[in-house]
Design a protein around this ligand. Structure first.
Ligand code: NDP
Ligand code: OXD
Length: 309
């Protein structure tokens, strides 16, 4: 039985090194590879060439190298008999919360504006917001969103969360389902998107959604670029309904040189670095699932093909 690494545009060396360090005897291949494809039962992937899995008739598991699986689910030719899994990791979860806290505090204290004023040698103190002035709405309170919501609540923010199903997170009020979306948005002075990208959540950050937010709301998207309708965000900021946005993810990455987000004074751009999967931190989990495939046992972190996450 063999494992194959498949990616377009991501350096596989740290993954191969981390896997080999943990399991030197692993039959590990890196796509493209001409060895017997029937031996491959496990694929570890990020942005694979669509349709590639047809080459491996005995594939039992396709594992994402990250938390998101949209890059796998968009393949119209997924093998029916292979489970889809993803990684969860306490470092990834912690880093996402740290990053969201940094963006929220940056917004409250207007640090991005002072950076612009500094460039212009302009000394203009501005009114700033306190923790008690704002309510934060976290869209998607799964592994990452739930921790982000808890950390912000621990800092003293009033925090609401939105998910498909009801759940309990201490200090966080949960709104569930499409029927409660409007009420959730109406209280979100800062909206943080941590949804997975699915049919239902594509384009969810649109004009209609933004209009339901309070005036001067601020938008943070750290999930996927295709949640956001770019032109709607710019329109809602330029017409004064939204105060600005911090974006870490984009429809096209890297963000094209000519994209208006780069130069918009009220939009902060970061290069998909909110929380980065460290191969060394997750190879034990991946090897655990590899062993479970070999022993025909149930896998960890399985994604629901129906829900798409
Ligand atoms: P999870 O699958 O653990 O959580 C997803 C959450 O979204 C759940 O609460 C789920 O609700 C909710 N949700 C899904 N669909 C809907 C819907 N239609 N309506 C309402 N709620 C919905 O995901 P993670 O927390 O692990 O990750 C979230 C995303 O973050 C990833 O998919 C990835 O795209 C992104 N990401 C970004 C990174 C970055 O560096 N920028 C790094 C890592 C991940 P319920 O609980 O009811 O199922
Ligand atoms: C992920 C990501 O999904 O890095 O893990 O975006």
């Amino acid at each position: 039985m063999a494992m194959i690494l498949i990616s377009q545009g991501r350096d596989m060396t740290p993954w191969a090194e981390a896997l080999k360090e943990k399991r030197p005897e692993l039959d590990l291949r890196v796509y493209p590879d001409d060895s017997n494809k029937e031996e491959v039962a496990f694929a570890l992937v990020w942005n694979h060439p669509l349709g590639v899995f047809k080459e491996f008739p005995n594939l039992k598991c396709i594992s994402s190298m990250g938390a998101g699986v949209d890059h796998i689910m968009k393949d119209p030719e997924l093998p029916a008999n292979a489970a889809i899994t993803r990684v969860t990791d306490e470092n990834l979860t912690r880093d996402m919360a740290d990053f969201c806290v940094a963006l929220v505090m940056n917004h409250l204290r207007g640090l991005a504006f002072y950076k612009m004023q500094e460039a212009a040698h302009d000394w203009q103190p501005r009114h700033y917001l306190n923790i008690s002035d704002v309510t934060i709405g976290v869209m998607g309170v799964g592994v990452l969103g739930a921790h982000v919501a808890s950390q912000l609540s621990n800092l003293g923010f009033k925090v609401n969360g939105w998910a498909r199903s009801k759940k309990m997170i201490e200090g966080v009020e949960i709104f569930s389902g499409d029927t409660m979306l409007g009420d959730f948005l109406a209280t979100s002075d800062i909206l943080i998107c941590l949804l997975p990208l699915t049919k239902e959540t594509t384009d969810i950050l649109n004009r209609d959604t933004f209009q339901k937010l309070p005036k001067n709301a601020f938008v943070i998207n750290v999930a996927r670029g295709a949640h956001l309708v770019d032109a709607d965000l710019i329109e809602m900021i330029d017409t004064g309904h939204l105060s600005g946005a911090s974006l870490d993810v984009f429809r096209q990455e890297p963000l094209p040189e000519e994209h208006p987000f780069w130069s918009h004074p009220k939009i902060n751009v970061t290069p998909h670095i909110a929380s980065v999967t460290e191969p060394k931190a997750v190879v034990s989990l991946i090897l655990e699932n590899y062993d479970r495939v070999r022993n025909n046992e149930h896998l960890l972190n399985v994604v629901s093909p129906q829900k798409g996450y």
